[in-house]
Design a protein around this ligand. Structure first.
Ligand code: SF4
Length: 493
């Protein structure tokens, strides 16, 4: 199952709270606009970008179609290169494997490369329960960890924080985790980065065990790939004696040729760069160079459940670029925490229900509705995941899951009442008369005029308040067509 922040309310409730935070909305609008514009500029430079997207989608689709064969090939290549391969069905199994490896080296701390898979399984918390500190070394992850906060973006987990807030976190929390921040620290980005660098360096030099994820895993050579911007990943992947990589099974690619296409799509789509500063690749153990003990944990944790969904399986093509978050009007206003998961935004709205299953809890079932279905996410997705299609599909599954409820939802009651009224002409006539009366009442409380001069009711009290709180409800016409026909004899009088 995908990681869900413990105790998070369903999306509408969490979104309402987030919308009230003006500082958060300001930070998000600034950050997403900047990344969005950068991405648009560098994508615009590539001739044949749409063809590249098609190729990327086909590569991932083929890798998933042949998943078993590719994974077995990856395992064989890794083993031939001296790595130990573990298979984990779920988060508990994966966490136990990593903890066992760390304990076998008698360490009480590990350094970490930014990794969505380890955030998904709650590895830091699991290691902490075993008395092992897991230090995040990516700058944004460090900010989140020191602030005892939750990540809110796939690529920039601290996107909801501004410079002043980061300075305050560093001054208050760094000392408790190692080297303190300089007392005279300002909120200049260079100074903040320097403080983080000094704080982290002693951890890199001390750590015996590192934990990473992988952006891609190439089956033909048993090569894992980490794409990053700060160089912290490279430090973790080369300095410690032991390296454990937790890799979702959907990360597998058949060949290096496939990786070439992905490396052209990912940096432009994520950070808006032509090429990211650090791309690290490693294929098992190289004697005398880098970690001499390499473990790879291949993680399912709901991915095969998603694969079994014929419409939804395309979500497993995701390369976690986060472009869909940066263009999403819903994400831009509510931020990542409202989605209650390490996977926020449009991709989170489909990935979480696909990996956990619908009908499991209210929070997950609310996610497919966290979208206006505007389609901007599909337009920017480098591997052409049709997120709106999957959202609609999942909404159907959520509704299907409630068909047998003993206490039906208000929407189901309304639909049943409508079906009952529409199935009999006398009942329909009565309903029309009632609707005309409602039209006269609502017309009086109307706050706006719709195109064509019709009244729109404002927020109406009672069960309809949730619907009309965010929409104009067209007031029903004062007279039905049937009434008009009878009164005017079909327009002749
Ligand atoms: S769904 Fe597409 S756009 Fe969104 S993070 Fe995944 S690859 Fe990127």
């Amino acid at each position: 199952m995908s990681g869900t922040f413990v105790g998070m309310p369903a999306f509408p409730e969490a979104a309402r709270a987030a919308l009230a935070d003006t500082q958060l909305r300001h930070n998000l609008a600034h950050a997403t606009t900047t990344i969005r514009n950068k991405r648009a500029r560098v994508v615009g430079e590539v001739e044949g970008w749409e063809d590249l997207r098609l190729t990327g989608a086909a590569i991932k689709e083929n890798a998933l179609r042949d998943l078993e064969r590719n994974l077995l090939a990856l395992e064989a290549s890794l083993q031939a290169n001296g790595a130990t391969v573990h298979w984990a069905n779920d988060a508990a199994e994966a966490n136990a494997i990593v903890a066992r490896i760390a304990r076998s080296h008698d360490v009480d701390e590990v350094v970490k490369v930014k990794s969505m898979a380890t955030a998904e399984i709650g590895l830091n918390e699991a290691l902490e329960a075993e008395g092992i500190a897991a230090w995040e070394t990516d700058l944004a992850e460090l900010i989140v960890q020191l602030g005892e906060d939750l990540p809110s973006h796939i690529l920039v987990p601290a996107i909801h924080r501004n410079r002043a807030e980061i300075r305050e976190i560093f001054l208050r929390r760094m000392a408790g985790a190692g080297r303190p921040a300089p007392e005279a620290l300002t909120d200049e980005p260079a100074e903040l980065a320097a403080a983080a660098r000094l704080h982290l360096r002693e951890k890199f030099l001390r750590a015996k065990v590192a934990v990473s994820g992988a952006n891609f895993a190439v089956a033909e050579t048993g090569t894992l790939v980490v794409v990053e911007s700060e160089g912290n990943g490279r430090m973790c992947l080369t300095l410690p004696e032991v390296l454990v990589s937790v890799v979702g099974i959907e990360k597998v690619l058949a060949s290096w040729q496939d990786l070439d296409t992905m490396m052209r799509l990912l940096p432009r789509s994520s950070t808006g760069e032509r090429m990211n500063p650090y791309t690290s690749t490693w294929s098992g153990v190289t004697p005398g160079d880098g970690p001499q003990e390499v473990h790879v944990v291949l993680l399912d944790n709901g991915r095969t459940r998603a694969l079994a969904d014929e419409v939804g399986r395309q979500a497993l093509r995701c390369i976690r670029c986060s472009a869909c978050l940066n263009v999403c009007p819903v994400y831009e206003r509510v931020g990542g925490h409202a989605y209650g998961s390490v996977y926020p935004g449009p991709i989170g709205a489909i990935l979480n229900p696909l990996m956990k299953g619908t009908g499991v809890d209210e929070q997950t079932d609310s996610l497919p509705y966290a979208s206006s279905l505007c389609g901007a996410c599909f337009e920017v997705c480098p591997v052409r995941i049709d997120i709106p299609e999957v959202l609609v599909h999942l909404r159907g599954k959520v509704v299907d899951g409630h068909r047998g409820d003993t206490v039906p939802k208000a929407e189901a009651v309304a639909m049943r009442a409508t079906a009952w009224a529409f199935s009999d002409s006398r009942r329909l006539a009565l309903a029309e008369r009632a609707s005309g009366l409602a039209g006269r009442v609502l017309g009086r409380v109307g706050r706006a005029t719709l195109p064509g001069g019709r009244a729109a009711a404002g927020r109406i009290p009672g069960p309809g308040a949730g619907w009309t709180g965010a929409r104009d409800l067209p007031a029903p016409p004062r007279e039905s067509f049937r009434g008009w026909w009878q009164r005017t004899k079909g327009g002749r009088s």
